[in-house]
Ligand binder design. Sequence first.
Ligand code: KMT
Ligand code: NI
Length: 269
Amino acid sequence: MSEKEAVTEEPTTKKMKLNENEAESKETEPKEAASKEETAKTEAKDKETSEPTPESPDSEWPEAWIMPNDVEDQKALNKLEPNEPIAPGALRKLGIAYWKMDAESFTYPVKSVPWDPSDAVDPKLSKIRDDRGYSYADIITVHPDHLPGYAEKVKSFFEEHIHDAEEIRYIVGGSGFFDVRDTEDRWIRVHVKKGDLMTLPEGIYHRFTTDEADMIHAMRLFVGQPVWTPFNRPCDDHVSRKHFVEKYMSSSEATPPAEEKKEEETKTE
Ligand code: KMT
Ligand code: NI
């Protein structure tokens, strides 16, 4: 099946039709037709029940570390001394998801606004797109020669903000830093590079900057019509922020309360 068909078909309708056919054809159709039907049914079922693409193991996640609150140069690594590395588990707990992609075997335009995500040739990208309902994409290059007003844009990306939707970035070339606030309001700097597909949850305080190489080539994906509006901090009363805090910052979600933990540990079955 082509990429296009995969996006435009309606699995629910297809399944209903298959079930109707199945009911009608019982014991009346030749064996060969019945087995074809079985195959189609299995394929439809597979698609419906297919597991979402597993996220990449910790060993493949980008490097992350705590950075100081105030920095002179946003594009520098800005590691503490000694460095305080952050494990992928801490990023997962903040609702961040990550897939290591093969950006070497596929080519992407320098700029395409929009870029039809159904044009994806990379099967892993198509699968993640379908798993998560990404219906919009564009491709941009943040580089002095490709982005008019580069310096000002990079400064504005570095304003701490949230969005009212997930932020999805697939880095197809170059590198840069996504900084996210942890549960203690410290900055975690995540060094994203070619092949990194990372999502930041709705409502997380974050910012972006290019690094000293001054070049990042990225695909931005979105569910539905894209809205890139940043809500600059402070915006603690924004509904997206409230949801984020409820889901990821309350200790009951992040770490089970002492009593529950105790109960789990003493379970005998
Ligand atoms: C962002 O979210 O700040 C951007 O989209 C910047 C370029 S993409 C890495
Ligand atoms: Ni953002």
